[in-house]
Ligand binder design. Structure first.
Ligand code: BES
Ligand code: ZN
Length: 596
C-alpha cells in the first residue's frame, strides 16, 4: 500500500480500511436499452479489523452483492446521492473477506456513456458506444473506488452484438470475434479514471509491432494516413523518459461527438476525428496523449487538486516529443500558441473575479473537479517546467524528469512531493536557482510571476508582420504563405485586430477560404472571429460545425461568443436545441450553463 495518505475530496472510499487491488469485470452491452449489465468483482486488500468496504456509485442499479464463494446476498447500503459525487456504496465484510462481487446495471443516462444511433456514425449502419471516465465519471458505469490515488489491475469480459468490436484501456483484439464476446487484460495497476470501453463497427490498421489505429472502416483511410508518425513519437519519448511500459500503443478514432481532443486511456488513446486534417498538422495531440503514458498513467496526480502534475508535465513532454520529430521551430510555435491560450484564460479569470483557480495547486473541495480543467494546469504548468529547464539546462533537467517518472511510477504524486523531489534532486531550497525560479510562487500564488519569460517563435514573427499588413488592407505575397502550416494560419488569425470591418472579413475569406477550411483549428478561430465581427456569411458553416462536432474546447467558446452577441443569441439557442441530443454529457452539462 502507498505510504502517503491524502484524503480525496471526490471519493467516498476509505482505502486505509479496505482498498481494491484487482477487478474482474463482466459486462453485456445492450444497445436497445442503452445499458451495461453484469458484475464487477473486486479483490480487496483490507486492514485486519476492516468491517466494510466503500465504493463510489452514481446512477447505478445494484441488484445483488456476494462475498468470496458464498452466493447468499451480502448486506449493503447506498448513501444519499450527491449530484456530482454520486453516493457511497457500503458493503459489510466478514472476517477474512477477500472478494466482493457487485451485480449491477447502468442507467440509460449514465454520464460517462455516449450511446450513438447508427445515423450518428460515419458508416451509418451500426450503433456506437464509448465511455469517458475522467475525472469522476467511472462511477457512473462501474461501482469503483473512484480516486486517482487508488490503482488496480483488471480483467474484463465484454459481450456486444455479433459483428461489432469492443475495445478497452487494456490489451485489445485486432479482429472481430465470432460470437461478440471479447476478453481484456490490464496487467498494470491503473486508477479508475483510466477505465475505458468502446464498441462499434471498428476496423484495425496495424502500423508496426507497437502501434496502430482503430476507426470505423469509412474513416480508416484518412485516419491511418494521419497518424503514421506515432511510432516515431514513441521512440522519441522513450529516448527522453525511459521505456514505454504498457505493451502496445494504439489509437481509437471516435465519432465527432467525443467531448475531448484526446483521452490517454492506457494502451488505447481515444481521439477526436477533428484532428484528421489530411496533412498531419494536428498530431501534437497524439504526442500529448502518448506522453501521458509517463505523466499521468505512470505518475498520477494523487487528487484532482494536483491536476497540473498530469497535464503540465504532459504538455511539456508533448512539446519535447514534437521537437524531436519536427524541430525546435515547430515546438516553439506550439509553445507560443499555448501561451496565447494561457494569457486569454488569465484575462477571463480576472474579468470573472476568479483568480483563485489561477494557482497550480487547486482547491476543489465541494466543487466538481471539472471546474479545475483549464489552461492553468496545462500551460502555466508547462511554463513552470520550462522555467526550471531554462534555469538549470537540459543536461540536468532531462535526467531529473526521467527520475521523477522512475521513482514515482505506479504511485500517486502530489504537488508537495514534487517540490520535495525538486529540492532534493535539482536545486536546494533557498539556492540561487530557487530564488530565480520561485517554484512556490508559481504553485501557490495567483497569476504568473512578474518577469516571466514568454515563449517566442521566429516563424511567428513573420506571420505577425503579415497579419499587420493584411489588417491594413495590404496583400501578402503568395510565396510567403505557401509553406505555412495550420499553426501559422491560426497565429495569423489571432494576430488580426479583434474587430474588423465587414469588407476586411469578406476579402480575407475570399482570398484564403477560411470558412471552407478543412483544418478544424483554423476553422474554429475563424468562426470565433466571424461571430465577434457579425460576419454572417460564415453562419451556415458555423451551424454545421456545431451540429457535427461535440469537442468542448471548440463548442464552448463558440456558444459563449454567440450568446454574448445579441445578433447571434437566438441562433445559438436554436442550434443548441438541435445539437444537444448528439453531444456527450460532459459537453451538454457545460453548455446547459451557457445557453439558457
Ligand atoms: N486527460 C485529458 C482530457 C481530460 C482532462 C478529460 C480532464 C477529463 C478531465 C487529455 O489528455 C487532454 O488533455 N486532452 C486535450 C488535448 C490537448 C491538450 C492536446 C484536449 O482534449 O483538448
Ligand atoms: Zn492531457
Amino acid at each position: 500500500m502507498e505510504t502517503k495518505v491524502t484524503r480525496d475530496p471526490h471519493s467516498y472510499a476509505r482505502p486505509q480500511e479496505a482498498v481494491i487491488r484487482h477487478l474482474d469485470l463482466d459486462l453485456a452491452v445492450d444497445f436497445d436499452k442503452h445499458i451495461l449489465k453484469g458484475y464487477a468483482e473486486y479483490t480487496l486488500q483490507t486492514a485486519p479489523d476492516a468491517k466494510e468496504v466503500i465504493f463510489d456509485v452514481r446512477d447505478l442499479v445494484i441488484s445483488k452483492i456476494t462475498l468470496d464463494e458464498d452466493t447468499t446476498p451480502a448486506v449493503f447500503s447506498t448513501g444519499i446521492p450527491d449530484d456530482v459525487l454520486g453516493a457511497a456504496l457500503t458493503v459489510k465484510l466478514k472476517p477474512g473477506t477477500r472478494k466482493v462481487r457487485i451485480y449491477y446495471e447502468t442507467s440509460s443516462d449514465a454520464a460517462a456513456l455516449q450511446w450513438m444511433d447508427a445515423k450518428q456514425t460515419a458508416g451509418g449502419k451500426h450503433p456506437f458506444l464509448y465511455t469517458q471516465s475522467q475525472a469522476i465519471l467511472c462511477r457512473t458505469w462501474i461501482p469503483v473506488q473512484d480516486s486517482p490515488g487508488i490503482r488496480f489491475t483488471y480483467n474484463a469480459t465484454v459481450r456486444v452484438p455479433k459483428g461489432l468490436m469492443a475495445l478497452m484501456s487494456a490489451s485489445n483484439p485486432q479482429q472481430l470475434s465470432a460470437d461478440g464476446v471479447y476478453t481484456f487484460e490490464q496487467k498494470r495497476p491503473i486508477p479508475a479514471y483510466l477505465m475505458a470501453l468502446s464498441a462499434g463497427n471498428l476496423a484495425f490498421h496495424r502500423y508496426d509491432d507497437k502501434t496502430g489505429v482503430y476507426a470505423e472502416p469509412e474513416t480508416m483511410k484518412a485516419a491511418s494516413y494521419e497518424f503514421v508518425d506515432t511510432y516515431k513519437m514513441l521512440v522519441a519519448a522513450e529516448k527522453l523518459y525511459g521505456p514505454y511500459d504498457w505493451g502496445r500503443y494504439d489509437l481509437l478514432v471516435l465519432p465527432p461527438s467525443f467531448p475531448f481532443g484526446g483521452m490517454e486511456n492506457p494502451c488505447l488513446t481515444f481521439a477526436t476525428p477533428t484532428i484528421i486534417a489530411g496533412d498531419r498538422s494536428l498530431t501534437s495531440l497524439v504526442a500529448h496523449e502518448l506522453a501521458h503514458s509517463w505523466s499521468g498513467n505512470l505518475v498520477t496526480n494523487r487528487t484532482w487538486n494536483d491536476f497540473w502534475l498530469n497535464e503540465g508535465f504532459t504538455v511539456y513532454l508533448e512539446r519535447r516529443i514534437m521537437e524531436e520529430l519536427y524541430g525546435r521551430s515547430y515546438a516553439d510555435m506550439l509553445a507560443v500558441l499555448g501561451y496565447g491560450d494561457l494569457s486569454q484564460t488569465l484575462a477571463d479569470m480576472k474579468a470573472d473575479g476568479n483568480m483563485k483557480d489561477s494557482r497550480l495547486k487547486l482547491d476543489l473541495e465541494d466543487r466538481d473537479p471539472d471546474d479545475g480543467v483549464s489552461d492553468i494546469a496545462y500551460e502555466k504548468g508547462y511554463l513552470l517546467l520550462r522555467t526550471i529547464e531554462d534555469a538549470v539546462g537540459r543536461d540536468k533537467f532531462d535526467p531529473f524528469v526521467k527520475k521523477w517518472f522512475a521513482e514515482k511510477a505506479f504511485k500517486g504524486a502530489d504537488t508537495e512531493e514534487f517540490l520535495e523531489f525538486l529540492y532534493a534532486n535539482l536545486f536546494a531550497e533557498g539556492s540561487e536557482e530557487d530564488k530565480k525560479v520561485e517554484p512556490k510562487r508559481w504553485i501557490y500564488e495567483e497569476d504568473l510571476p512578474a518577469g516571466v519569460k514568454a515563449p517566442v517563435s521566429e516563424r511567428f514573427e513573420k506571420v505577425k508582420q503579415a497579419a499587420d499588413l493584411a489588417a491594413g488592407g495590404g496583400k501578402i505575397p503568395a510565396e510567403q504563405t505557401a509553406a505555412w502550416t495550420s499553426h501559422e494560419w491560426v497565429y495569423f488569425l489571432r494576430s488580426l485586430p479583434a474587430k474588423n470591418s465587414p469588407a476586411l472579413m469578406a476579402s480575407l475569406d475570399a482570398q484564403y477560404k477560411f470558412t471552407q477550411s478543412g483544418n478544424n483549428e483554423v476553422l474554429f478561430v475563424w468562426l470565433m472571429m466571424a461571430v465577434e465581427n457579425n460576419y454572417a456569411d460564415a453562419y451556415p458553416e458555423l451551424e454545421k460545425f456545431l451540429l457535427h462536432v461535440g469537442r468542448r474546447k471548440f463548442v464552448k467558446p463558440l456558444y459563449e461568443a454567440m450568446m454574448k452577441n445579441p445578433a447571434t443569441t437566438e441562433m445559438a439557442k436554436e442550434v443548441y436545441a438541435k445539437a444537444r441530443g448528439g453531444y456527450h454529457a460532459v459537453t451538454w452539462q457545460t453548455l446547459d450553463k451557457i445557453v439558457k
